[in-house]
Design a protein around this ligand. Structure first.
Ligand code: PEP
Ligand code: MG
Length: 878
């Protein structure tokens, strides 16, 4: 036997041991310590779960022996014994991870029963109905949870029995009926499992413990962890607790209650109970539970005792509690307490109320809110009843949050046309391209068959605050693209679909949505967050409208303006295409001259919207073929428009074609080959800044010009020279003293590794972790969705590295670049503008490595403000 301790009695633990005992176990221990009526038991630690996996999914002998030792202790404590006919020990077995996790193992109640125990139990309690009801429930739960024989097999037997007896309710079945059911259940077990139902309580116990450990890795739990940044290495604890019974008769009962309303946050007891019932009856909906205040009439003494316990627990945990209790023959027992799950609206109200009640400080209020919940406040959500009644027909990547419902639209033009008329449409595409921008704008939601979390659709939808599900490979388009099938159903432009951008679920029906609603509580929490935060929060915005939206959400500057996103609007696309097909420098300069005033105007609008806050504008990044048509009809039309032979245009398009993942002629390479592009963009940026500075002398504009995709200091120097020579001449002529910065994206591994050299020349770094992730992993950001699921299944990855920064690999490059950059330019300004800049766990990493700011899409700015505050608090504590 090792000296490592894997099991704790409730009286040995406390709430601070959550990592080891899981949330449920730590709180049972804490309540025991507070002298509350808790049926006693023990907790098998999360480390035992980890060890179970280390040992090849087996409980090793020394842990087994330790568990048996604690069974003996529990027997001594309760005076009951496993398998004893006069005084049998019956227990519940429940999972309990560090963070409460739906999707894991359900509870097993009444473990320890067998034929003899049930028979004597019936005699001793003088309540055979109760005894056999408990027994048949145990067989049913054990078969379902431990051996995965579906519940329905047993429910069918119950239904048949009720029909045979001519009764409607389960409660109308007699003791004899239930006894007979237990026999049928065991036969069903044997038929399905191929073995007799275990009669030995110890064998039952180890079966149940293993089932809990196994459930840690079931697909629902793994999915939930991925969505909530819970590492697989945490494991789950197992709680073994002596049974108390709510189903012994009319003076017994069971219930669940919250200390505040979990939907609205309103203070006051909120919950339900059922007399003469056990565990799952309350939630199963077979009988209608009573509201908790009716308990006052039922049993005022127990009610008052319960209210006092609830108050004590709230004042102790300083948070809303979610509790389970059982009344056994008039005596109250607490089975569980935990910080209750709540809606986003309730979360903000409760946190503010707790501050006002003097229970917590404003800093604690900031720390207690999950930043991801903010999504639910800023985006429309499904109507709860509608969602509950709907069944998903497919699941893609949760690319941009919110709920959307509309009729299917297959092209951007159609979506724009119908959207303008006020119709709700969902744009459904194989993937989106910059050309689709207008249709994306008018769509309520976007669904793509291809593309990952940083695909065009995902990034643009997030920027617009539009719901998007990407990478749903099961969508199969009919030839001609005027219908698609999913989940066995065919959809045309007359059919409704609904998307949940927070989970990736797609529904083949109309589900109502409720609009976003921001309360005053939200403003108070975010205000407190700003007081503790040390990193700035900027936004990725490409248009004045996005910039204004981001300012409303509190952005303190623009960390990335992708200039190419403006090129599809209005007349710009014609000028851009003219530039691309130019054969000489003169032709190209003439085309660029047409673009200059438009770009300058855009930049002025952005500077105005940002009211003097810093703005980083990036030079053109994508490969030029993105701006050219690819359909035959469009090519012919464009050739006519541009006075070109169709074949000549086709030759240009072919020469520019690139294969995924577009690692060719893009980024600063465009400026190396066509310096006039960088010169024009610099002119537009500097002239815009001068114009706006003149209009607003009270602002101090310092344009930040950013060079994308640098991998070698010499290429940066080459582009920087174009920028400085252009800018300096314009500034000298303008007569005002405008300062500006030239910096670079760090998005190529070689740039990170040579950051000391680059920092000698670059005045700021912005980590482009979308490309850096793509290039470090060596797979395309657009195609990763095709195989990531297999990687999750095989436990190779726990998360999508395009959504959550891979801190081990990509993070090492970021950290290296920070250190190298600071070694040659100690005051270098450091930020991140990849999509990770809006992800809470990645933001925490940015704080740890010492970035000055994070930049994210406008709708994620409030999330980033809260996450940055929490990161600062964690850094203070560390
Ligand atoms: C990046 O690569 O992280 C980035 C912000 O640039 P883009 O997504 O435009 O390539
Ligand atoms: Mg990039």
């Amino acid at each position: 036997m090792t000296d490592h301790k894997y099991v704790y009695e409730f009286s040995e633990g406390d709430a601070s041991m959550k990592n080891l005992l899981g949330g449920k176990g730590a709180n049972l221990a804490e309540m025991t310590g507070l002298g509350m009526p808790v049926p006693q038991g023990f907790t098998i630690t999360t480390e035992a779960c980890t060890q179970y996996y280390v040992d090849g999914e087996a409980i090793n002998d020394s842990i087994k022996a330790e568990i048996l030792g604690y069974v003996a202790k529990l027997e001594a404590l309760t005076g009951k014994k496993f398998g004893d006919l006069d005084n049998p020990l019956l227990v519940s077995v429940r999972s309990g991870a560090r963070a409460s996790m739906p999707g894991m193992m359900d509870t097993i109640l009444n473990l320890g029963m067998n034929d003899e125990v049930a028979e004597r139990f019936a005699e001793k309690t003088n309540n055979p109905r109760f005894a056999y009801d408990s027994y048949r429930r145990f067989i049913q739960m054990y078969s379902d949870v431990v051996m995965e024989v579906g519940k329905s097999h047993f429910e069918k037997l119950i239904d048949e029995m009720k029909e045979a007896r001519g009764v409607i309710q389960d409660t109308d079945l007699t003791a004899e009926d239930l006894k007979e059911l237990a026999v049928e259940f065991k036969a069903q077990y044997k038929a399905k499992v191929g073995q007799d139902f275990p009669t030995d309580p110890v064998e039952q116990l180890f079966g149940a413990i293993k089932a809990v450990f196994r459930s840690w890795d079931n697909p629902r739990a793994v999915y939930y962890r991925r969505m909530n940044d819970i590492p697989g290495s945490w494991g789950t604890a197992v709680n073994v607790q002596s049974m108390v019974f709510g189903n012994t008769g009319d003076t017994s009962g069971t219930g669940v209650a919250f200390s505040r309303n979990p939907a609205t946050g309103e203070k006051g007891l909120y919950g339900e109970f059922l007399m003469n019932a056990q565990g799952e009856d309350v939630v199963a909906g077979i009988r209608t539970p009573e509201t908790i205040d009716q308990l006052r009439d039922e049993n005022p003494e127990v009610y008052n005792q319960f209210v006092a316990i609830v108050d004590k627990l709230e004042n102790h945990y300083h948070d809303m509690q979610d509790m389970e209790f059982t009344i056994e023959e008039g005596k109250l027992f607490m089975l569980q307490t935990r910080n209750g799950k709540r809606t986003a609206a309730a979360a903000f109200k409760i946190a503010c109320d707790l501050v006002d009640e003097g229970q917590i400080t404003s800093t604690q209020a900031v720390a207690m809110i999950d930043p991801k919940q903010i999504d639910a406040l800023l985006h429309p959500q499904f109507d709860v009843a509608g969602l509950a009644a709907a069944t998903p027909i497919g699941k893609g990547l949760p690319a941009s949050p919110g709920a959307a419902c509309g009729k299917v639209s297959f092209t951007a033009e159609d979506a724009a046309a119908r959207g303008k008329k006020g119709e709700d449409v969902i744009l459904v595409r194989l993937e989106t391209t910059p050309e689709d921008i207008e249709g994306m704008h008018y769509a309520k939601g976007i669904l793509t068959a291809r593309g990952g979390m940083t695909s065009h659709a995902a990034v643009v939808a997030r920027g617009m605050g539009t719901c998007c599900v990407s990478g749903l490979g099961d969508v199969s388009f009919a030839p001609g693209g005027q219908s698609f099938t999913l989940g066995g159903k065919t959809f045309t432009s007359d059919d409704w679909i609904s998307l949940d951008g927070a989970t990736g679920a797609v529904y083949g029906e109309q589900i109502g949505t409720v609009p976003a609603e921001i309360s005053g509580y939200f403003g108070r929490i975010i205000g407190w967050a700003d007081e503790v935060r040390t990193m700035k929060v900027r936004t990725n915005a490409d248009t004045p409208a996005d910039a204004r939206q981001a300012r409303e959400f509190g952005a303190e500057g623009i960390g990335l303006c992708r200039t190419e996103h403006m090129f599809f609007e209005g007349d710009r696309i014609a000028a851009i295409r003219e530039m691309i097909v130019s054969k000489t420098v003169e032709q190209r300069e003439a085309a660029l001259a047409k673009l200059l005033p438009m770009q300058r105007g855009d930049f002025e609008g952005i500077y105005e919207a940002m009211e003097g806050f810093p703005v980083t504008i990036r030079l053109l990044d994508p490969p030029l073929h993105e701006f050219l048509p690819h359909d035959e009809d469009d090519i012919v039309a464009l050739a006519a428009e541009m006075n070109l032979a169709v074949d000549d245009l086709k030759a240009v398009i072919a020469s520019l074609h690139e294969f995924n993942p577009m690692m060719g002629h893009r980024g600063c390479r465009l400026d190396v080959t066509y310096p006039e592009i960088g010169a024009m963009q610099t002119r537009a940026i500097i002239e815009a800044a001068i114009n706006v500075q003149k209009r607003h002398p009270e602002w101090n504009l310092v344009p930040e010009i950013m060079v994308p995709l640098v991998g070698e200091v010499k290429e940066f120097v080459f582009v920087k020279n174009i920028i400085t020579s252009t800018a300096d001449a314009i500034i000298a002529e303008s007569g005002i003293d405008l300062k500006y910065l030239v910096g670079t994206m760090i998005e190529i591994p070689r740039a990170a590794l040579t950051a000391d050299e680059i920092a000698k020349e670059a005045e700021f770094f912005s980590f482009g972790t979308n490309d850096l992730t793509q290039m470090t992993f060596g797979f395309s950001r657009d195609d990763a969705g095709m195989f990531l699921d297999a990687y999750y299944d095989k436990k190779i990855y726990e998360n999508d590295p395009f959504a959550r920064l891979d801190q081990i690999g990509v993070g090492k490059l970021v950290k290296t670049a920070v250190e190298l950059g600071k070694s040659t330019r100690p005051d270098i300004k450091l930020g991140i503008c990849g999509e990770h800049g809006g992800d809470p766990s990645s933001i925490e990493f940015c704080q740890q490595v010492g970035l000055n700011y994070v930049s994210c899409s406008p709708f994620r700015v409030p999330i980033a403000r809260l996450a940055a505050a929490q990161s600062a608090l964690k850094a203070q504590q560390a």
